[in-house]
Design a protein around this ligand. Structure first.
Ligand code: SIN
Length: 315
């Protein structure tokens, strides 16, 4: 990193040495993978979304790369929340915070997990996943505004830890306002926009079939095509949410320029999903260096210098 340029940021009242880190999902399910993120230049470590019990997830193949990104229907394979909670003790060796993603299979599960996390030190914050599109028969809570409110009432009653939410993408202007009205009634620390665009379908003309096995091929879409939707969600929630809520951009970030655009729209940090899956931890160093170069050219010394400062159309 160029010494006079800082990519540091603050999320959930915690300092991150760098605003770029992993999205919950790819390469963050095992201790080994979490250590690899710890050893990289990523500014935080975020776990795979945890459920109460270990889960095998959906049938394979359940992830495929495409020319423009990825499709997945993982189905929340994970080691169970106690595994990721215990990792907090190991994460303390790194000079970056450890966040835990939680995605209980029911409201009761979320409440049980989140209340139990009170017993663990070293978790800087909880990212409550309201948006997994891949568990058959389980709707995305974030698309049900009343259920989202109900969930937040229940989980905030049992936690003292900073808590944020990972949202699905919204596409309709009134829906942004409806979700913002729910979130603004709670002491939300951060909002991550966006999870994959749910239930897309990728067709292989050669085989005349789908690319992944679960759910007749339907799965969450990530990568290049979701970036405009991700930017729109970051911008809308940056504008509509209480000013103390940090926005974390996620969706279509594979270069320093993509990270720069997310921050311009209002992101305080950015998470890398598909590209991290494809490239592994070296992607963090590359994106850091590309973002630093852009900042150097524009004479920005830190991300606050341009965060949220997206301009209206100028002729
Ligand atoms: C999955 O495990 O199915 C992906 C998680 C998510 O999209 O929230």
């Amino acid at each position: 990193m160029t010494p006079d340029i800082s990519l540091a940021t603050i999320i959930a009242d915690t300092d991150l040495p760098c605003c770029i880190y992993n999205a919950s999902g790819p390469r963050c399910s095992t201790e080994e993978e979490l250590h690899a993120i710890g050893e990289s230049v990523a500014g935080a470590i975020l776990s795979k979304s945890a459920t109460l019990q270990k889960r095998e997830g959906n049938e394979k193949p359940r992830y495929a790369d495409t020319p423009w990104g990825s499709i997945n229907s993982m189905g929340l394979p994970n080691e169970g929340y106690e595994y990721y909670a215990a990792f907090a003790a190991q994460a303390s060796q790194y000079d970056k915070p450890y966040f835990m993603s939680v995605s209980g299979m029911s409201l009761d599960e979320n409440v049980k997990i989140i209340s139990d996390l009170e017993n663990y030190e070293g978790i800087a914050g909880i990212e409550l996943n309201l948006s997994c599109p891949n568990v058959p028969g389980k709707p995305q809570t974030g698309y049900d505004f009343e259920q989202s409110r109900h969930t937040l009432e229940a989980v905030f009653a049992v936690t003292t830890k900073p808590l944020g939410v990972k949202l699905p993408p919204y596409f309709d202007i009134p829906h942004f306002q409806m979700m913002a009205d729910v979130l603004n009634d709670f002491p939300i620390a951060f909002v991550t926009c966006i999870n994959s665009v749910g239930n897309g379908l990728v067709v292989d003309p050669a085989t005349e079939g789908v690319l992944i096995k679960p759910k007749q091929g339907f799965g969450g879409i990530g990568g290049d095509f979701v970036k405009p939707t991700a930017l729109a969600n970051v911008r809308q929630f940056y504008t509509l949410l209480n000013k103390n809520v940090s926005i974390i951009g996620c969706g279509g970030i594979k270069s320093g320029q993509d990270a720069f655009e997310h921050i311009l729209c209002g992101a305080s940090a950015v998470q890398i999903g598909t590209r991290f899956m494809q490239e592994g931890t070296p992607c963090f160093e590359r994106i850091v260096s590309e973002l630093t170069e852009i900042m150097q050219k524009k004479n920005y010394r830190n991300i606050e210098a341009f965060k949220g400062k997206l301009k209206d159309y100028q002729s």
